[in-house]
Design a protein around this ligand. Structure first.
Ligand code: NAD
Ligand code: UFG
Length: 335
């Protein structure tokens, strides 16, 4: 199957490109490189041994999308492209709605015009809002607490309407928990611009000596050690989840499907710090800082549905998450 990956040069898209290519698919990357670099595609080529065509364009350019779907004989789309920084979305909501929602409308229009109706969408556990119970299953009520989350919810709802209007669509909405880690080669990984917002890249930069210390946002949550608990999932496991989702869509009746992609296991901030220290073999300085506005105490997934329907489960643990992050970080920092 020829598969178009919107945002295929990004953190998760690049790992999914490698996994999908290794599963025998032909991959085409569609990306405007607003949050990634063209050199990532060279790394994907090196890892897969495939030529990997690239279309450099904005998702909102429907004409270019239409051309790409035709030229490359695309049979399915995996849609990663989007802006994802929660804080930035509060400051720049119009940019977020334009990029994420308008971009998805453009993609759906192009797919509809081509009669192409197989789509995997990158959603997020953020659509569950403040958890009402744990672990969170797919039936948990949805609610968004910031503009980024609302773009994800809008898109999820649009996809539900599309599937209702035309029962021939095959759509998987994948709700990722907290993706971390890197490919074992150290060639691709998460390399955010500026100061990282997320825990794992921040820890990695502290370990590399690029940032002085970690701020632990709150130690008075109702969790075993008082720090926030999240369901960290290795990005290579997550990538395999996309291979399973594509296979599922192709083998099952058309319709709308929703899956959590997590491990089902929560770790606290301090547990993450300790695990990284053990792998890097050096202490990680941290200070306890005030809670970050909008943060919740705990969030972890119920993963039974993906296991039973997709036959997929995360297999890599915290050690592999930290080791691969550290390998990538050392390479990126030239250590
Ligand atoms: P990323 O920023 O690394 O990758 C996104 C890619 O999309 C980038 O390469 C960027 O250049 C591209 N892009 C953005 N807007 C575009 C546009 N209008 N046209 C063309 N290309 C565009 O992010 P990621 O971490 O790989 O996330 C991928 C998807 O998964 C996003 O939709 C994100 O919201 C979702 N997600 C991520 C996380 C996470 O923690 N990383 C968690 C849940 C969901
Ligand atoms: N944290 C710190 N210090 C930091 C960064 C984070 O203590 O410098 C803590 C947070 O308070 C939280 C935990 O580490 O307890 C994880 O924070 P992240 O920012 O890494 O991840 P979040 O769970 O807040 O959010 C991420 C994505 C969201 C997505 C969500 C669920 O940023 O977009 O996972 O998928 F919606």
């Amino acid at each position: 199957m020829n598969i178009l990956l919107t945002g295929g040069a990004g953190y998760i898209g690049s790992h999914a490109a490698v996994a999908l290519a290794s599963a025998g698919h032909q991959i085409v990357v569609f990306d405007n490189f607003c949050n990634s670099r063209p050199t990532v595609v060279d790394q994907i080529r090196a890892l897969t041994g495939q030529p990997i065509p690239v279309v450099e364009a904005d998702l909102r350019d429907t004409a270019v999308l239409l051309g790409a779907l035709t030229t490359h004989g695309i049979g399915a789309v995996v849609h990663f492209a989007g802006l994802k920084a929660v804080g930035e979305s509060v400051a720049k909501p119009i940019e977020y709605y334009a990029n994420n929602v308008q971009g998805t409308i453009s993609l759906l229009q192009a797919m509809q015009a081509k009669g192409l109706k197989t789509l995997v969408f990158s959603s997020s556990a953020t659509v569950y809002g403040d958890p009402q119970y744990l672990p969170i299953d797919e039936a948990h009520p949805t609610a968004a607490t910031n503009p980024y989350g609302r773009t994800k919810l809008h898109i999820e709802e649009m996809l539900a309407d599309v599937a209702r209007a035309d029962p021939q669509w095959r759509i998987a909405r994948l709700r990722y928990f907290n993706p971390v880690g890197a490919h074992e080669s150290g060639l691709i990984g998460e390399d955010p611009n500026g100061i990282p917002n997320n825990l794992m890249p921040y820890i990695a930069r502290v370990a590399a000596g690029q940032l002085p210390h970690l701020n632990v946002f709150g130690n008075d949550y109702d969790t075993p050690d008082g720090t926030g608990v999240r369901d960290y999932i290795h990005v290579v496991d997550l990538a395999q989840g996309h291979v399973a989702a594509v296979r599922y869509l192709l083998e099952h009746a058309p319709g709308l499907y929703t899956f959590n992609l997590g491990t089902g296991q929560g770790y606290s901030v301090l547990e993450m710090v300790r695990a990284f220290e053990a792998v890097a073999g050096r202490p990680l300085p941290f200070t306890i800082a005030p809670r970050r506005p909008g943060d919740i105490a705990s969030c972890f997934a119920k993963v039974d549905l993906a296991a039973s329907a997709l036959g997929w489960r995360a297999t890599l643990g915290l050690k592999e998450m930290c080791e691969s992050t550290w390998r990538f970080q050392q390479r990126a920092a030239g250590l």
